[in-house]
Design a binder for this molecule. Structure first.
Ligand SMILES: Cc1cc2nc3c(=O)[nH]c(=O)nc-3n(C[C@H](O)[C@H](O)[C@H](O)COP(=O)(O)O)c2cc1C
Length: 373
C-alpha cells in the first residue's frame, strides 16, 4: 500500500526527494560534484531512502535543458521507465511518474500506471503536468495553448479518461472535445486509485488540482503567505466537495556547523552558480507559468540557483529540523528534499535530522524497514 495514504494518516509530515532523475538535480551550479542523474546513482539513492523510511520519490519530466554552461536539466531519465525500475528494486517507497498530458496518450498512461501498480504492489503515484514550458512544446512539435483555461480543460478531459479506464469494468466509447475513443477498456485496473499530484499555480490550475489531486505542490517562499494560501486551498477543496493536502519542496545544505553550511551554499549557489541557466529558468517560469509569486524576483533568482526555488534548509541539523518544523506548522503536509549530491549527503540528514523531527512529533519513525531485493 502507498505510504502516502491520507485516509489512514499515520505520518504527520511526509518526506520525499525531487528531481534526482535530472542532471544537476535542483541546484543550478557549475561545481564538478553536481548531481549526475545516472540510473546507478538513482538506484543507490532509492535504496537509501527506502531503508530510512522516506515516503516517496518525485521526478521531473523534462525534454530540453535550460542552457548555460552546464545545460541544466539537459540529461534527464524518462520518468515512467525510471519509476518502474525503482519500484522493482524497493519495498516501501511510493514512486511517482510525472506525465505531460499533451505528450502522452491517456489510454497508454492508464495502462502504464496499472502495470507499474502491480510491479510496485500499490506504490506508484502520478504527477500530472498540464504544460507551461513553451520552447519544450515547440521541441516536441506540440502547441501549448496560451490560455490556462484550454490547458486545464484538456488536462481535465485527459484525466477523466484515465479515471474511467481505472474505474469502469466494461468497454466504453468516448466522445469529448479533445478525444474520440472507440471501445476502450482498462484491464488490468489498479485496485485503488494511485495518489495524484499536481503543481498548478494559476487559478484555473488550482481548480483542477483541488478537483482531481490528492496533493497540490506549491513553492514555500514566504511562510506567512503559505499559511493563508494553504487555508484558502483547503477551503476551496471543501467547497468543491473534495479535500487536498499541500506539499512543498526544500533544498538541504546540512553540516555540523552553520558556518560550514553557509560556506558551501556560497560556493555552489553564488560563486559557482550557472547564472545563464538560472536566468533562462526564471525567464521561462515567469513568461509561461504562474507557480512563483512575481513580486519576489530577486529572492527567487537566488533560490533558483540553490534549489530550483525550493525552501532553503541551510545549517546545522537542529536548524534544518527547525525549517521543516516551520513548514509543518505553516500547514504543509510534507516536503521534498534535494541535495547537491543526494546519495552522498542524505545519510547525514538521515542520522542527524530525522531523529530530531521524530522527537518533536513532526515525523513518526517508520516500522523497521524491509530491505529491498
Ligand atoms: C513541485 C513542482 C513540480 C513540477 N514538476 C514539473 C515537471 O516535472 N515538468 C514540468 O514540465 N512542469 C512541472 N511543474 C510545473 C507545474 O506542473 C505547472 O505547470 C507550473 O507550476 C505552472 O502552473 P500553472 O499551469 O498553474 O501556471 C512542476 C511545478 C512544481 C512547483
Amino acid at each position: 500500500m502507498s505510504m502516502l495514504d491520507t485516509s489512514a494518516p499515520t505520518q504527520p509530515f511526509f518526506l520525499g526527494t525531487f528531481a534526482s532523475n535530472c542532471s544537476g538535480g535542483m541546484s543550478v551550479t557549475k561545481i564538478p560534484e553536481r548531481w549526475v542523474s545516472s540510473w546507478d546513482n538513482n538506484l543507490q539513492l532509492a535504496r537509501l531512502l527506502d531503508d530510512a523510511g522516506i515516503d516517496f520519490m518525485l521526478p521531473i519530466a523534462r525534454w530540453i535543458g535550460y542552457g548555460g554552461e552546464t545545460n541544466f536539466h539537459g540529461s534527464v531519465l524518462e520518468t515512467i521507465t525510471w519509476a518502474t525500475g525503482l519500484l522493482a528494486h524497493t519495498r516501501n517507497l511510493t514512486v511517482f511518474a510525472t506525465v505531460h498530458t499533451t505528450a502522452n496518450h491517456p489510454v497508454v498512461v492508464a495502462k502504464q500506471l496499472a502495470t507499474m501498480d502491480q510491479i510496485g504492489r500499490g506504490r506508484v503515484g502520478l504527477n500530472i503536468v498540464a504544460g507551461w514550458n513553451k520552447p519544450e512544446y515547440e521541441a516536441l512539435g506540440l502547441t501549448l495553448p496560451d490560455d490556462h483555461t484550454t490547458r486545464y480543460g484538456y488536462a481535465q478531459e485527459w484525466f477523466d479518461i484515465v479515471k474511467a479506464l481505472w474505474e469502469r469494468d466494461e468497454a466504453f466509447d468516448w466522445d469529448g472535445t479533445y478525444f474520440k475513443l472507440k471501445n476502450v477498456l482498462g484491464d488490468p485496473r489498479p485496485p485503488s486509485r494511485p495518489p495524484i499530484l499536481n503543481a498548478a499555480g494559476s487559478e484555473e490550475g488550482r481548480k483542477f488540482a483541488v478537483r482531481n489531486a490528492d496533493f497540490l505542490f506549491t513553492p514555500a517562499i514566504d511562510l506567512s503567505r503559505s499559511k493563508d494560501e494553504i487555508a484558502a486551498l483547503k477551503q476551496q477543496a471543501i467547497d468543491a466537495g473534495s479535500s487536498v493536502e499541500v506539499l512543498t519542496f526544500s533544498h538541504v545544505v546540512c553540516r555540523p556547523t552553520e558556518r560550514e553550511a553557509q560556506a558551501y551554499l556560497e560556493h555552489f549557489a553564488r560563486a559557482n552558480a550557472d547564472w545563464d541557466a538560472v536566468d533562462n529558468l526564471v525567464r521561462l517560469q515567469f513568461a509561461h507559468a504562474q507557480s512563483f509569486p512575481h513580486d519576489l524576483l530577486s529572492l527567487i533568482r537566488d533560490r533558483m540557483a540553490a534549489g530550483h526555488g525550493g525552501f532553503p534548509l541551510t545549517g546545522t541539523p537542529e536548524q534544518v529540523a527547525d525549517g521543516l518544523t516551520a513548514l509543518h506548522a505553516a500547514g504543509f503536509r510534507g516536503s521534498t528534499l534535494s541535495f547537491v549530491d543526494y546519495a552522498e549527503e542524505f545519510p547525514y540528514f538521515r542520522d542527524n535530522v530525522l531523529p530530531i523531527l521524530e522527537e518533536r512529533g513532526v515525523r513518526v519513525a517508520p516500522a523497521p524497514a524491509q530491505s529491498a531485493a
